[in-house]
Design a protein around this ligand. Structure first.
Ligand code: FEO
Length: 610
């Protein structure tokens, strides 16, 4: 039975879906099916836009008959002669005698190549128009989007662009006809990109020419021959087409495609992906032996950086990788940064050959060195592998930072991390030690375990190294600045930091803690230490934990905004630098590079000019 959909008051979708097709065009898997769209305009004249694939001819003919009713069919506009849209042409003409075909000269030539009949045809060229009553249909040639005879039609009455293959999408229509009836970006954008990249990706220039023509007319609706009709947010799909046709990457990140027989090349690719991820760079991985090439080609159109890793096979590139690279070059991939990893147990050749495959593509920047593995990656090759990640990170640095030679690391960024603040205490015999830290983090719940990082310059650090025990007093928001002065701005080597305290509490381990302006005390026993240059990380089991109050814990940000005295404006005529950590003011024109804040012991890098 027919299944038609109303597009506008006088335009009806009469297409059909195929969910049984395994390979579109014999090469692209379509696990979610495909739609073959055709549209019937019921004006004073009736006009059919294209037909469908032979697999769905029956439903299509039922749909046309239903939508047409008792009316005769006046015109069939043939926008594209590829058989997925023209297979039913001859049968349609037989059913609706008197119909006039509308196409360009190339359309007619293709009709004669595919069929053996002489159509009654109206030949049109760029800019020609067909008046059908209320509607005027204007024809715009769109050669190579996707075949040379392709033309699109602009209905100036309702501002509809009938776009042939352009703006199409893989996937059958599941009831919804309009893109705004589904979550397109979440559920269909990947398939739209896969469709674009594989069907018209090669013809970016021609797509741009069509976009240029289309930009000259107001468009309120796009009716493609596959996928959804666009009537809202047309900018979404148009902007994607601009990006794709200009071969601009959609996302900054790395696509890694690898061919690995026994998992060793995959291992190198995974280590690289992990490294990238740790650096905050998005990475996606594809095993070329199992992922359809069309998916990887679509991913290559999406991501800015491409890594190809392949074992050497029959003295060449592994067959699935060779296929991918040939296809990628055939689809005209451009404007990407590429890194190559080869593997070979005795005579690695795949790297050079992979590079050669892509050398003819426009604006491909190769990361200079091909990483060559012998069977598997070894520890001494990790720096070379990591250099690929570093090169990608360098590409992502803002241009201004690169030009100014500025570091990629903005130290102020670290202030965005959320920290608590703690008084860390330890005890060596009769000597109590304490300092302020902001680095306590719970690691596991069973067993209850945490880590702290402590500057080696702190006396408390040395005591913990010696005794293997410490307490943390979790500072609360009521903590006054004087606690930070008391424990943070002087050294326990030459001062008794507890001398001015009017409390003397100790935990079960005998170490003091701070019972005031704190909300918890946690006693710990060190189980591991890790040396990190300026700091030691202590991993410790929690031996006692006591809640002291319901007050919120102070955060690093709260301390800076509410507790730390705000820097005062300089006295008139005075020049100087202010410590961003504690507010100490250094007066003078030049701050010595090795200056250390006498209050908080932070270096010159933590000062800013007043
Ligand atoms: Fe949907 Fe180029 O055919």
């Amino acid at each position: 039975m027919h299944c038609v959909k109303k597009v506008t008051e006088d335009l009806i979708w009469v297409g059909a879906n195929d969910r049984r097709l395994a390979m579109f065009e014999g090469v692209y898997s379509v696990p979610r099916g495909v739609s073959y769209n055709a549209y019937l305009l019921l004006d004073e004249k009736t006009v059919l836009f294209d037909t469908v694939d032979k697999a769905v001819r029956h439903r299509f003919l039922e749909n046309v008959a239903e939508a047409l009713g008792e009316r005769k069919l006046d015109y069939l506009i043939v926008q594209h002669m590829e058989p997925d849209h023209s297979a039913v042409l001859e049968e349609l003409i037989a059913r609706y005698p008197g119909i006039k075909l509308v196409g360009n000269a190339k359309t007619l030539a293709f009709i004669k190549q595919f069929f053996d009949f002489e159509p009654d045809a109206l030949i049109v060229k760029e800019g020609d128009a067909l008046l059908t009553g209320r509607h005027t249909l204007n024809f715009l040639m769109a050669p190579m989007v996707h075949w040379p005879e392709v033309m699109v039609t602009y209905d100036s009455a309702d501002k509809i662009l009938f776009s042939a293959d352009g703006f199409g999408c893989f996937g059958a229509l599941n009831g919804a006809l309009f893109a705004d009836e589904v979550d397109f970006n979440r559920d269909y954008l990947d398939e739209a990109r896969r469709y674009y990249a594989n069907i018209v990706g090669k013809y970016g220039q021609q797509v741009q020419a069509l976009l240029n023509k289309a930009s000259g007319v107001p468009i309120e609706m796009i009716c493609p021959l596959h996928g959804f009709v666009w009537r809202n947010n047309l900018g979404d799909i148009l902007s994607k087409y601009v990006m794709w046709s200009e071969y601009q990457p959609e996302e900054r990140g790395v696509m890694l495609a690898y061919a690995s027989v026994y998992g060793n090349t995959e291992n190198a690719a995974e280590i690289l992906a992990s490294r990238l991820s740790e650096m905050g760079i998005a990475a996606v991985m594809y095993d070329v032996s199992v992922t359809p090439v069309s998916e990887i080609i679509a991913a290559a159109f999406k991501w800015s950086h491409l890594v190809f890793a392949s074992t050497t096979y029959n003295a060449g590139i592994f067959v699935a990788m060779e296929d991918l690279l040939s296809d990628l070059a055939a689809h005209n991939i451009q404007n990407r940064t590429v890194a190559i990893i080869e593997n070979g147990s005795w005579a690695a050749t795949s790297g050079g050959l992979m590079r050669k495959k892509l050398e003819g593509c426009k604006d491909i920047k190769f990361l200079e060195k091909t990483l060559s593995l012998k069977s598997s990656i070894k520890a001494e090759q990790l720096p070379e592998l990591y250099a690929i990640a570093d090169a990608v990170a360098e590409d992502f640095r803002p241009a201004e930072a690169k030009e100014s030679g500025e570091s990629a690391v903005d130290p102020a960024t670290m202030f965005k991390l959320s920290y608590g603040l703690f008084v860390l205490t330890a005890r060596d015999g009769e000597k109590d030690a304490g300092c302020i830290i902001n680095t306590a983090t719970q690691i596991t719940a069973a067993p209850l375990r945490l880590s702290i990082a402590v500057n080696k310059a702190n006396f408390t650090h040395d005591v913990i190294v010696k005794t293997g025990a410490f307490n943390l007093s979790v500072l609360a928001e009521s903590a006054p600045f004087k606690i930070f002065q008391q424990f943070g701005f002087r050294s326990g080597r030459d001062t008794d930091k507890f001398a001015e305290s009017d409390y003397s509490e100790r935990a079960l381990n005998g170490i003091r803690y701070v019972p005031e302006h704190t909300n918890a005390m946690i006693a710990c026993k060190v189980i591991e230490t890790h040396d990190y240059g300026t700091h030691t990380v202590f991993v410790a089991d929690i031996t006692e934990a006591v809640t002291l109050s319901k007050e919120p814990s102070v955060t690093y940000q709260y301390y800076f905004e509410r507790i730390k005295p705000q820097p005062q404006p300089p006295k008139e005529g005075k020049k100087g630098f202010v410590c961003k950590i504690c507010g100490y003011v250094y007066e003078g024109d030049v701050l010595p590079e090795d200056f250390i804040c006498p209050l908080c012991k932070h270096g010159a890098a933590d000062f800013e000019r007043m």
